[in-house]
Design a protein around this ligand. Sequence first.
Ligand code: SF4
Length: 288
Amino acid sequence: MKETYLYKKLSDKKVQCQNCAHYCVIESEKRGICQIRENKNGKLYALNYGRACSVHIDPIEKKPFYHFLPGTYSLSVAAVGCNFTCHNCQNWQISQAKEISGEEISPKEIVNLALKNNLPSISYTYTEPAIFSEYALDTMKLAKKKGLKNLWISNGFWSKELFDLISPYLDAANIDLKSFDNKFYIKYCGAKLQPVLDSLKRLHQNKIWIEITTLVIPGLNDSEENLEKIAQFIFRELNPDTPWHISRFFGYISWKLQHVPDTPIETLKKAEKIAKKVGLKNIHLGNI
Ligand code: SF4
């Protein structure tokens, strides 16, 4: 547990968390939407600090990053929690956990683990790194000093304050752009689209390497119109070279969409065709 880095004290021992774009106002002895930040007598604490629920060595392509340190492995770490409630989540046991679980591993120990295994990067992944931003940031600072790269695999629903805090230490981000329809974000993720677009633009302006992932879910976000809007955004607001990973959905491993069929390969090919027509250069079909 650690006092959080981004919050404002309000009257009556209330606080406003400024860590993500929900900007929760939290009364004393209550938690924010993520259930991970708790107001204790007028001070806000991250309950998951220093508690790693997953530590693993993955090929960087699994994150996925196809154009950043290709062919290398990355030390992947997570702490419990998320600011989204995606019905399609595949890691919901740790992302939606209400209990704080995980092994106590310090930022220094994480960095030493990467160095001991000759890994060139650390990935903050599996759950939402914004929800363990203090733990991630302390690790990122030490990692940078040792010449390691820091990668976030994230939903991008960050506050501007969080971006300013982490961006000096962030080398690359794979951001889920789940849909271009705000109603999808509200209904299936419990969030909104615009902050995600804002984070992507900030990453681009700050020359931080971006790859984008869209999990295509039958009947939910697979319309030609939606896919074309995503491709257009990448082309116009980011870069035609920005990689777009178009991923296949499997219902049986999802949190709440087990009744939805797997994405047909033809749908992914349709998305690829649209992306090519728009002018994107690096299109990757995933989970096939
Ligand atoms: S991190 Fe986001 S969801 Fe969690 S308390 Fe802060 S503003 Fe709310």
